[in-house]
Design a protein around this ligand. Structure first.
Ligand code: PMP
Ligand code: GLN
Length: 383
């Protein structure tokens, strides 16, 4: 049997490849983004409790209503955004699925979507599987800031959407108020949609504010805003997230969603609906993750790596030119095999594997894991 591949250039995702290599070589895995510490016991207990209470059958296709209500309240509290939980929120099996569904909702063959590189590795395949074309714009290196003039130049009559991601994977950069205002002025009066990947919403450091598109009416009305419970509440294996969009956009999103997933895991939704009513559940997440970033930065001072800046997410990138001039993919493989520490090569986030000799570390780990990993890096002279 022969399949004419819809994604002929795509291999296995870098996260699966590097985690597989880490397991094979018994390396400390600072590659794929998942915490190795426990999620909140209170949320775990709540899931068990609600299963025993009998919440084990389908919820509506749009998601469990009290959870959507809690999300709407949180969006109002944090971003001053008025969201209708009945018509403007859909619970999805993860953030990746929400992004895919949003793209599938709006894209027709030949459409163009602006993507900033380095980009989370699902975006471009999601665009191409819909017959559309990714128009790639590199973020400035090493600040990883957006060049908005370049965005203006790349927009044309085929531009259907722009994907933004803040806090950013893999670099940890964040968009500022000026960025969002620049974007708003670029899209004003056009039919361009925004896909805003905000899965690291609460993981913003140094007292900075998360600039959700929900804060900006000009952006909100054209946006599909995608979130992940897994990423912010340290339960990535739950694969639960949601999308917020204005009612006419959400109506079309749900047409795709209802025949793909229909509805998501009930006990997690019921538990989260109760958990989210307390703002303590999310207000402490950023400072807690910042502590891990700061501890990792302090430990890494003893190594020959040069860390770049991270203002949010689980991630920080590093240059390794004092140790090696190998391409970043080879370097990451050798680092796993020889030093026993796994990272992600940042070239994996570029369509053409552009290589600035930078790797990504995930610091969302126990202190002892970070210490053990850095111990293995301190004595590294060359690779
Ligand atoms: N976008 C980015 C930038 C991510 O890093 C992730 C994490 N996997 C996702 C989306 C999707 O998260 P989820 O596991 O909820 O699908
Ligand atoms: N978002 C995670 C990362 O960047 C991984 C999720 C996945 O494995 N697809 O590491």
């Amino acid at each position: 049997m022969h399949i004419q591949s819809k994604l002929p250039k795509v291999g296995t995702t870098i996260f699966t490849v590097m985690s597989g290599l880490a397991a094979q070589h018994n390396a400390i895995n600072l590659g794929q983004g998942f915490p190795d510490f426990s999620m909140d016991e209170a949320l775990m207990d709540e899931v068990t409790r609600v299963m025993k209470e009998g919440f084990n059958q389908y919820v509506p296709m749009q998601g469990y209503m009290p959870l959507r209500e809690a999300i709407a309240e949180k969006a109002d509290f944090l971003y001053n955004a008025k969201i209708d939980p009945a018509n403007e929120i859909t619970i999805t099996p993860g953030g990746t699925y929400a992004i895919y569904t949003a793209l599938t909702t709006i894209l027709n063959p030949g459409d163009e979507v602006i993507v900033f590189e380095p980009a989370y590795d699902s975006y471009i395949p999601n665009i191409e599987v819909n017959g559309a074309v990714a128009v790639r714009i590199p973020l400035d290196f090493p600040s990883y800031a957006v060049n908005w003039n370049e965005v203006r130049r790349k927009i044309n009559s085929k531009t259907k959407a722009i994907i933004i991601n803040s806090p950013h994977n893999p670099t940890g950069s964040i968009l500022t108020e000026e960025d969002l205002k620049a974007l708003a002025s670029i899209v004003e009066g056009t039919n361009i949609f925004i896909i805003s990947d905000e899965v690291y919403e609460h993981l913003v450091f140094d007292q900075k504010q998360h600039q959700s598109v929900l804060r900006y009416p000009e952006l909100k009305k054209r946006s599909f805003v995608c979130f992940s419970f897994g990423k912010v509440y340290h339960c990535t294996g739950w694969k639960l997230g949601y999308c917020i969009a204005d009612a006419p956009l959400m109506e079309e999103f749900r047409k795709i969603h209802q025949f793909n997933c229909f509805s998501c895991h009930t006990p997690s939704q019921v538990a989260l609906s109760r958990y989210l009513t307390n703002s303590e559940a999310y207000l402490g997440l950023g400072p807690a993750m910042q502590k891990k970033r700061d501890y990792f930065i302090q430990l890494m001072k003893e190594t020959p790596f040069e860390l770049l800046h991270s203002s949010g997410s689980y991630f920080i990138t590093a240059k390794y030119d004092k140790i090696s001039n190998l391409p970043d993919h080879e370097f990451a493989v050798e680092l796993t095999k020889k030093a026993g520490v796994t990272t992600i090569p940042v070239s994996a986030f570029y369509y053409n594997s552009d290589d600035n000799n930078v790797i990504r570390f995930c610091f969302a780990k126990k202190e002892e894991t970070l210490e053990r990993a850095v111990e293995r890096l301190v004595s590294l002279k060359s690779l």
